[in-house]
Design a protein around this ligand. Sequence first.
Ligand SMILES: *Cc1c(COP(=O)(O)O)cnc(C)c1O
Length: 354
Amino acid sequence: MSALPPIRPDLRLSDGYHSPQVEAEVRLNTNESPFHPPDAWRRELLDALAEVSFHRYPDRPATELRAAIAALHGVTADEVFCANGSNEVLQCLLLAYGGPQRRAVVFEPTYALHSHISRVTGTDVVQGSRDDHFRIDPADAAALLAAEQPDVTFLCSPNNPTGQSEPRATVLVVLDAAPGLVVVDEAYGQFSSWSALELRGTAHPGLVVTRTFSKTWAMAGARLGYLVADPAVVQACEAVVLPYHLSAQTQLAGLLALRHTADMEARVALISEERGRVAAALGELSVESWPSDANFILFRPTSKNADEVWRSLLVHSVLIRNCAGWEGLPGCLRVTIGRPDENDRFLTALKESL
Ligand SMILES: *Cc1c(COP(=O)(O)O)cnc(C)c1O
């Protein structure tokens, strides 16, 4: 008699990655854009979809999309690799450069998917730490990298969920000390005052910068992300990714979005302004909060239990992210910056919940 076989034993302890989706009128829990992409983009996409030969496979190397992304960053198309969200980009990097007997370094607390995808691909994970202000100490990082000799080192700038960009000096120290790839996840890069893309060049061939259309481009539903790196890294990703992984509609969505860069920048400016307003309002309440270079703010209620505050906000139909149970973030909550009216609802509900 046959029975369901067990899954890989090293996966059994993990319950995957998910953000609890609870019904709420104001959803400020997953760092998405609160705005739709431009109406013109939607019309152009619908028109373009009408012309797609859906009985044929899509353009496998996504030639036009890669050329357009390359032009955006002033690089060449062979330095760009696209996939279904930057998470698939990270998975390709780990399939190519991680795996059994290889290791990745992450600096906790940081984006949970870096260690999760590492483990799923059989890559050992070594956890570095941050100080009380969630900063990486460059000397500690250099010592850790020298001792562990990782194949892949992850940085996240601005760091999710703590909010701040890594200083250029820290990234430079890591680039000098890391023997393998250094992946700088810039999912929130457009909110930051600097990009690790500025450090690309022959001195740092192992530097990989990842970006996504899910946040600043307001296209989380389209599933598109990319990396900019040495052409050898792009070729390595192409060697492990499934054939025709990027659908015709995804390629078009990205290509057409790049015609609306000014709209994206206007959304980023508006959200940055709102972030300043929310941060100032938090400063008046009994919470500790951390500076943010992204579209979210991490804070910790000082007068009340975080779980209670989170539940009370939900009673007001405001959903934020409860990070209180995450390692290194005791009592912390993370709020995504929304539209001005949503931020008002959040602040009013928070005042009543504290
Ligand atoms: C949201 C986020 C992503 C986005 O992943 P996609 O697969 O592109 O949607 C990547 N990295 C970080 C740090 C994020 O917060």
